[in-house]
Design a protein around this ligand. Structure first.
Ligand code: AMP
Length: 452
C-alpha cells in the first residue's frame, strides 16, 4: 500500500500543524466561506492530511473514526473540484456510497451546508421511501449523488441515471458496508462506473478485507491514518457502572436525574430492548425516542429530528440504526447493553465528543457482560474507571414474578426496584444470559451475582 501517512489523533491539530489554516489547503474561496459559516476555525487532522491529497486528484484511503471530521475531509475538496469543472445536464459527476439511510441524510446535510455558496446539484438515493423522486433526480442528473448501495443498484439495474461521466467515487464507512454484506452490490455498482476516476475510501479500521477492497477499487492510493486503530477519542470521558442486569433500568433513571445528562444517546443491543427502555423512560416522564430497523424511514427521521431539536432528551438506538447519527451536542452515550464487539464500542462512543467537543460515555455492565468489558479493555489497552452511583440501592431484589401488593406493584421514580416495576406476562423471562435490555429475571430464584 502506498505511503501510510500516519498522524496521531490524540495530538490536537494546533500542536500538529502550528500554522495550519483552512486557507492554506487550496480550497475554493466559496467553500472557505461555508467553512467559516460553520464556525470551524481550524482543520481537524484528517482534514489537514486528506484535503491536499484529494485536491491533487489521487486516490485515498482514509482510516478515521466518526467524529474526526472525515465528512468535511472529503466533501470540501470534492466541492472545490466540482466547482472548477462543469455540470452537464443528465449526468452524474460524483457518487458517494454509505451504509445506511441515516448516514446518507447526514452527509447530504453536510454537503448542503458546505456547498451553500456554490450552485451545484445534490441528490440522495436510499431505500425505505418512495423511489419516484429519486428516479426523477437521477434523470435530471446531479453533481453529487449520495446513496446506499442496495437502492442505487436497483435503480441502476433499471437504467436510471447516467453514470458514464463519474469522476469521483467515495466509499464512506467501508468497513460497515462490508459488515452489512454490501460488497457484491458495491462491486456491481462500481463495474458500471468509468475506470478513469478518483476513488476515496474511508473506514474506521484497516483490516485485511478493507485492504483487499482498496486493492480492487483504488489505484496507487495515498493512505492517511488518524490515530491508533482501536482507540476511542480522548475527548470522551469513559466510565463503567457495574450493576446487576435487573437494576439497569433503575440505574438509568437515576442517572438521568442529573441535569448534566442533557442530550443522551442510549444503546441497546436489540430492537425490542430499545423499545422497552424507551417505554420505561417515558413512563417516568423522560421524553424519549427510538431508532431501530423496525421503524419506518419516516419514523426514524422524525426521531432524529426530535432529538436534534431538543424535543426529546433521550434517543435509544441499536448499533446499526445509529451508524449515521451525526448530531452535535450529544453530552452522553450510555451503553445500556454492553457491545460484544469492541469496534462497536468505539463507534458508539464516537457519537459524543465529536470534533473537539467533550462528551461522556457511561457503560452499565452486568456480570454476564464482564467478559465483553475485559475484551474491550484488552482491545483499547486501557482499564476503564469503575464508578459507583451514590444513593443507588445495588442490593434491590429482582422484581417478583407476581407483584407484591405490599409494595404497590410498581417501582416508582424514587425507589429503584428493578426499573419501571415488575413486568408481567410473556416478556418476563428467566435470566438466561440473553442480552435484551431490561429483560427481568424472575424474582425468588434470582440472586444478583456481585462484582468483587
Ligand atoms: P464527522 O467525523 O464527519 O462525522 O464529523 C464530526 C463533527 O465534526 C460534525 O458535527 C462536523 O460538523 C464537525 N466538524 C467537522 N470539521 C470540523 C472542524 N474543522 N472544526 C470543528 N468541527 C468540525
Amino acid at each position: 500500500m502506498a505511503g501510510i501517512y500516519r498522524l496521531d489523533f490524540f495530538v490536537r491539530p494546533k500542536d500538529c500543524f502550528p500554522t495550519m489554516d483552512f486557507r492554506n489547503l487550496g480550497l475554493d474561496p466559496r467553500v472557505l466561506r461555508a467553512v467559516d459559516d460553520a464556525g470551524y476555525t481550524e482543520p481537524t487532522p484528517i482534514q489537514a492530511a486528506a484535503i491536499p491529497v484529494i485536491l491533487s486528484g489521487r486516490d485515498l484511503i482514509g482510516i478515521a473514526q466518526t467524529g474526526t471530521g472525515k465528512t468535511a475531509a472529503f466533501t470540501l475538496p470534492l466541492l472545490t473540484r466540482l466547482a472548477a469543472g462543469h455540470s452537464s445536464p443528465g449526468h452524474i459527476r460524483t457518487l458517494v456510497l454509505a451504509p445506511t439511510r441515516e448516514l446518507v441524510v447526514q452527509i447530504h446535510d453536510n454537503v448542503r451546508d458546505y456547498a451553500r455558496h456554490l450552485s451545484l446539484s445534490v441528490a440522495t438515493v436510499f431505500g425505505g421511501v418512495g423511489e419516484k423522486p429519486q428516479i426523477e433526480a437521477l434523470r435530471r442528473g446531479a453533481d453529487l449523488v449520495i446513496a446506499t448501495p442496495g437502492r442505487l443498484l436497483d435503480l441502476m439495474g433499471r437504467r436510471y441515471g447516467n453514470f458514464s461521466g463519474i469522476g469521483h467515487l467515495v466509499l464512506d464507512e467501508a468497513d460497515r458496508m462490508l459488515d452489512m454484506g454490501f460488497l457484491p452490490a458495491i462491486r456491481d455498482v462500481v463495474r458500471q462506473l468509468p475506470r478513469r476516476r478518483q476513488t476515496l475510501l474511508f473506514s474506521a479500521t484497516l483490516s485485511r478485507e478493507i485492504e483487499a477492497v482498496a486493492g480492487e477499487f483504488l489505484q496507487s492510493p495515498q493512505s492517511v491514518e488518524i490515530g491508533r486503530r482501536s482507540n476511542p477519542a480522548e475527548t470522551v470521558d469513559q466510565s463503567v457502572y457495574e450493576v446487576p442486569r435487573h437494576l439497569k433500568g433503575a440505574m438509568l433513571q437515576q442517572l438521568l436525574r442529573d441535569p448534566a445528562l442533557g442530550m443522551v444517546l442510549v444503546f441497546a443491543r436489540m430492537k425490542h430492548g430499545a423499545d422497552r427502555i424507551a417505554r420505561r423512560l417515558e413512563q417516568h416522564g423522560v421524553r424519549t425516542a427510538t431508532l431501530h430497523s423496525n421503524r419506518s424511514q419516516n419514523q426514524r427521521l422524525r426521531a432524529l429530528a426530535e432529538f436534534k431539536g431538543g424535543a426529546v432528551r433521550v434517543l435509544v438506538a441499536t448499533d446499526i440504526a445509529a451508524r449515521g447519527i451525526d448530531v452535535d451536542g450529544i453530552t452522553h452515550v450510555v451503553n445500556y447493553d454492553f457491545p460484544p464487539a469492541p469496534e462497536d464500542y468505539v463507534h458508539r462512543i464516537g457519537r459524543t465528543g465529536r470534533a473537539q467537543a467533550v462528551g461522556s460515555a457511561i457503560s452499565l455492565v452486568s456480570p454476564d457482560e464482564a467478559d465483553d468489558l475485559r475484551a474491550l479493555e484488552r482491545f483499547i489497552r486501557r482499564t476503564l474507571p469503575r464508578r459507583r452511583l451514590e444513593g443507588f440501592d445495588y442490593s434491590a431484589p429482582a422484581p417478583a414474578a407476581t407483584p407484591d401488593p405490599q409494595r404497590g406493584g410498581r417501582g416508582g421514580q424514587g425507589r429503584p426496584s428493578g426499573g419501571a416495576g415488575p413486568r408481567r406476562g410473556p416478556e418476563s423471562r428467566p435470566a438466561t444470559g440473553g442480552r435484551t435490555g431490561g429483560s427481568s429475571p424472575r424474582g425468588g430464584t434470582f440472586r444478583p451475582r456481585r462484582f468483587r
